[in-house]
Ligand binder design. Structure first.
Ligand SMILES: [Zn+2]
Length: 401
């Protein structure tokens, strides 16, 4: 094969042509990982873009830079071409792809690069004119994002199938683009989110939870009145549990407990502190870490789970009108909670004890624990509760408006 032909083939596979004989420094880029890559591999003492000169090497040649840069660019974005994507010749557009961008538009919007000459140079050497986000390139299931599946799942349990929840319940009616069953969709989502730092946590023995109830008649409440309600009293749907399936709802601090319960009719609240007597394995959706850089090849597979978690955390902390008894807005998080309770296994293959989620009424944190009334108030065949009320902690407070 001739040299020119071999070079053309290489240009095609790497996605860009001949690179200008220039150097770029870390000050001309805006991404932590890109900066670090330049600093670590620096071989030049002058930046061709900002003109900065240094005694020690502080800039990298554009060949080395482009090789690294393209990997990050192609992780988020994909080149469109007629061979791999359906194209409408009459309308002159790709079918099913909502937004198509030039590489120049992408580089300006992403703000990875700080120098306009650098943006021009890179735009000029990259071969493909049209790009789209990977997650919008819906030609195969692998292009679907976790958020796509979550929206799909929410629609399905609200408007199609709610109680028949088996692996042969194929979610093919809400959208026409693929066939997935409930459990596969939830397994896919949770298998990715469990590896995001801080999502799975162990609360040490001795952790305190605040739980209260309205008590306008100032009755003398005891443990049976403040623990998880019994089945007869579990009449209303909640964020994580439907009517008839009681769970322990509490808060991690007193103020959050108070703001969760208080409404216009509340005069008094009686609350107590429950303390764990064993380590509790929980999922914590309140402290989602920032997404890693697209140029971080070791961690960028966590970008998508983190984007999902941000949206999920927002969903479970958004206020839902409480005036409707049969409020279907709770359904997706209720189904998801049952999944976490009964099917989900932690990284160490354990069942989990509960979920921490952001309060919709304050900046604090709420918790739901899978402890039943019978666990607190022993009866035949019940287990021992993993949390117990501190009897001396019970207090009634007046709500001042
Ligand atoms: Zn520079």
């Amino acid at each position: 094969m001739g040299l020119v032909k071999r070079m053309m083939e290489e240009y095609e596979s790497r996605g860009y042509g001949e690179v200008p004989d220039k150097f770029v420094c870390a000050n001309c880029v805006n991404d932590r990982v890109l900066k670090n890559y330049i600093t670590t591999n620096a071989s030049g003492t002058t930046c061709s873009y900002c003109g900065k000169r240094t005694r020690k090497p502080r800039s990298i040649d554009m060949d080395a830079f482009m090789e690294f840069f393209m990997e990050g660019l192609r992780y988020k974005w994909t080149e469109l071409d007629y061979n791999n994507f359906p194209y409408d010749d009459e309308e002159h557009k790709y079918l099913g792809i909502p937004s198509v961008y030039s590489v120049y538009e992408i580089l300006c919007a992403e703000e990875w690069l700080l120098n306009s000459d650098l943006i021009d140079d890179i735009s000029n050497i990259i071969s493909a004119d049209e790009w789209c986000k990977h997650c919008e390139a819906h030609i195969s299931d692998s292009g679907r994002s976790l958020l796509d599946y979550w929206h799909y799942f929410c629609y399905y349990v609200k408007h199609n199938t709610r109680y028949y929840f088996h692996s042969d319940t194929v979610m093919d009616e809400a959208y026409s683009w693929d066939e997935r069953d409930f459990l596969t969709v939830l397994d896919d989502i949770t298998n990715q989110i469990k590896y995001v730092d801080g999502i799975e946590r162990v609360l040490p023995s001795g952790t305190t939870f605040f739980r209260g109830r309205k008590n306008n008649n100032r009755d003398g409440y005891e443990e049976k009145d403040l623990c998880t309600p019994n089945i007869e009293h579990s009449k209303y749907p909640n964020r994580m549990s439907p009517a008839g399936i009681p769970m322990f709802y509490g808060a991690l601090d007193k103020n959050t407990m108070q703001s969760e319960i208080t409404d216009t009719n509340t005069k008094y609240i009686t609350y107590g502190c429950f303390v764990s007597n064993t380590p509790l394995i929980i999922l914590d959706f309140t402290d989602i870490p920032p997404a890693p850089s697209y140029f971080d090849d070791k961690n960028r597979n966590k970008i998508e789970p983190i984007e999902f978690l941000k949206q999920y955390s927002h969903t479970i902390s958004s206020p839902v009108p409480s005036n409707k008894i049969d409020n279907i807005e709770y359904v997706p998080t209720q189904v998801m909670c049952e999944y976490f309770r009964h099917r989900y296994k932690s990284k160490n293959n354990d069942k989990i004890d509960g979920i921490i989620y952001p309060s919709a009424k304050s900046t604090g944190k709420n918790i739901v624990l899978f402890q039943r009334y019978e666990d607190f108030i022993p009866s035949f065949g019940s287990r021992t509760s993993k949390i117990k009320l501190e009897p001396m902690s019970i207090e009634t407070i007046e709500i001042t408006k």
